[in-house]
Design a protein around this ligand. Structure first.
Ligand SMILES: [Zn+2]
Length: 181
């Protein structure tokens, strides 16, 4: 077992956790995923997926802007740092396999996704999980980070992203995301 690879500062008075100056919340994985599944069941996957896309994209852009200021990174270093930090914070192990600036496209793989791990935990207790892809929440993370990257050089970028392979489906050992603008 290792220690966290992210710096964590805890305010002695308020109890607020911060990493690189941004307030953070530390919570159980099952709590996060149970909430996620409850909303998916209430709204339907397609409607929820679209809402999540907008919200997570906005948050990713906010995070990237703040981290770029904090560290003085380039846009590409910030993009890569984002997925490194997500990996260090326990969402899963992200790998940026392709970031083609000229072609405005890229590919990311993900191992040990929290959504896949929780689906197998639920399945092992006899709960119905349905079929993947389970990790569509990350699509907005990726469109946000790529929009941040592109919009340093242009006013507005429309980025598409889809989880094209999910380890939650039979026959796959990891998840894969393709994105383009
Ligand atoms: Zn997946």
């Amino acid at each position: 077992m290792g220690n966290p690879q992210v710096p964590i500062d805890v305010d002695a008075e308020t109890g607020i956790w911060r990493t690189d100056g941004l307030p953070m919340v530390y919570l159980p994985r099952h709590f996060l995923v149970n909430n996620h599944i409850a909303v998916e069941e209430a709204l339907g996957r397609d409607a929820y997926r679209a809402i999540l896309r907008v919200a997570t994209e906005k948050s990713a852009i906010h995070w990237c802007r703040a981290e770029m200021r904090t560290h003085g990174f380039t846009a590409e270093a910030t993009f890569r740092h984002y997925f490194k930090r997500l990996s260090q914070r326990g969402w899963g192990q992200f790998s940026v396999d392709l970031l083609d600036t000229a072609g405005r496209t890229g590919a990311i793989t993900l191992r040990h996704s929290i959504f896949v791990l929780e689906a197998s935990r639920r399945a092992s207790t006899g709960q119905v999980c349905g079929d993947g892809p389970f990790c569509y929440m990350f699509e907005g993370f990726i469109t946000g980070a790529f929009r941040f990257f592109l919009e340093l050089g242009e006013t507005k970028a429309a980025v598409a992203c889809a989880e094209v392979r999910c380890a939650g489906d039979l026959g796959h050992s990891d998840c894969a995301f393709a994105f383009s603008a």
